[in-house]
Design a protein around this ligand. Sequence first.
Ligand code: G6P
Ligand code: ZN
Length: 559
Amino acid sequence: MPNVVTVDTNTFEGQKPGTSGLRKKVKVFLQEHYTENFIQSILDANKDSLIGSTLVVGGDGRYLVKEVVDKIIKISAANGVAKLLVGQHGILSTPAVSCIIRKYNTLGGIVLTASHNPGGIDNDFGIKFNCSNGGPAPDATTNQIYAITTTIKQYKIVPDIVCDISKIGTTNFDVEGNKFTVEVIDSVNDYVKYMKEIFDFDKIKQLIQGTEQKKPFNVLIDSMNGVTGPYVKRIFVDELGAKEANVRRIIPLEDFGGAHPDPNLTYAADLVNAVKGGDYDFGAAFDGDGDRNMIIGRDAFFVTPSDSLAVLANNLQYIPYFLKTGVRGFARSMPTAAAVDRVAAATGKEMFEVPTGWKYFGNLMDAGRLSLCGEESFGTGSDHVREKDGLWAALAWLSVLAATSLSVQDILKAHWAQFGRNYFTRYDYEECASDPCNEMMQVLEKTITSPGFVGSSHISGDKTYVVKLADNFSYMDPIDQSVAMKQGLRIIFEDGSRIVLRLSGTGSSGATVRLYIDSYEATNVMGDAQVMLKPLIDVALKISKLTEYTGRDAPTVIT
Ligand code: G6P
Ligand code: ZN
């Protein structure tokens, strides 16, 4: 009979979950006891409900996922967890974990992913805890997990449990007289079933396959060698009748085949070029763990995530799920362009602006006040789960395209004609030295909150911007009144244009500065975002002294 062993350990510094879980280089997780400590801390943070509980476990297929699943099995067995639902081969997309937690009412789930960060032995790994609502743990829980990591002295493990996660099926273990069950589940079944309830697959299939009157709508779906591969295969090829040529990079690889699995114009350039050079009507790419999405149209016409959110908000009547549930409010993260706000105003829906991080949407959804939300960081989703959901976003777009018979570009044009356009761009300065970036943010905060800054004029070319409001964004959750401070510096001008600056919370080394620019035009809607926003970008660079602090005269990624 396998026995529980208590292992003495030392604390590690820096096991503080960031925007989305604990994310470090693989080599950090490989240190003796490092990973065990963090898993034990997650379980201890749940100790009141742990005995007899069920947890979901899975990840994005990156290097180390299988080894860490094995550790979670052994440590869970030792801590009184009754059952684990484990994705076959350790594979579960982040939205699928959320779906499964909710479907089977589990205590929560442990997601093994560093999302859109590169994988492989020299790159990143991550561990994230999701709660019983299926969403990322709120700050209160992650702070508690962190506090435990700073005092942990021992962890408990059952070293003798051996469980083959390559085969679907249930294995029962007797751990010192208690039953412990590992059920290895098909990675895609529950999720695909749910998507078929949410969307009208027949209509999307008709669009993709074409009819006698209409030629097939040619899609190109790119999994970037991430976790969505098997989901894309099942949904697009098996269910929706797309051809093998309509999907690409659908085998999850431990190092994502060397790709940086972040669906944006830079890292998904392969897809962009394929759509540009081919006869495609629609392209979509997803990140490593399947929660992010990028949508492009014919000739690689790019839909900004902020616009994507607004367009979907305005077209939810084409998605069966929302006909059933009705449409409650909308929400976006603070740096996301305010395009969706205009749809909310026009349709009389409640609108929320939250800090960066999907976890801030969860309470609003649980309280029945939020149906659809999104972030500029290529996240779109609804209250069908408590994570953003890349495949869901692609299916939502295809539902709208099927119902309207318009092209992606024409949908955007019509949208801008009706609502005006929020031009948006984001400049990323990746892997900068941390200290000067922190200093830059401190100095900038001081500058913009000093007396006289509000009301000051900033001139660039023939444009003059007058500051209306400037602060370090803070947010009080309207449901539980919890407060999140210092969520990004923002300068709002009298014409509604905004400059936002924040440091990324998802990197594993150095600092990444993100500069976000959002500017509204009621009628001049067909311009080029980079040209239209140039004066504001110049103002932002000047006020922040970004080049001086970072030593960078150009961003690494432009969205
Ligand atoms: C993750 C979270 C998102 C968030 C993003 C921000 O993807 O799930 O909700 O928007 O990180 O990343 P950043 O690097 O800007 O902190
Ligand atoms: Zn992700």
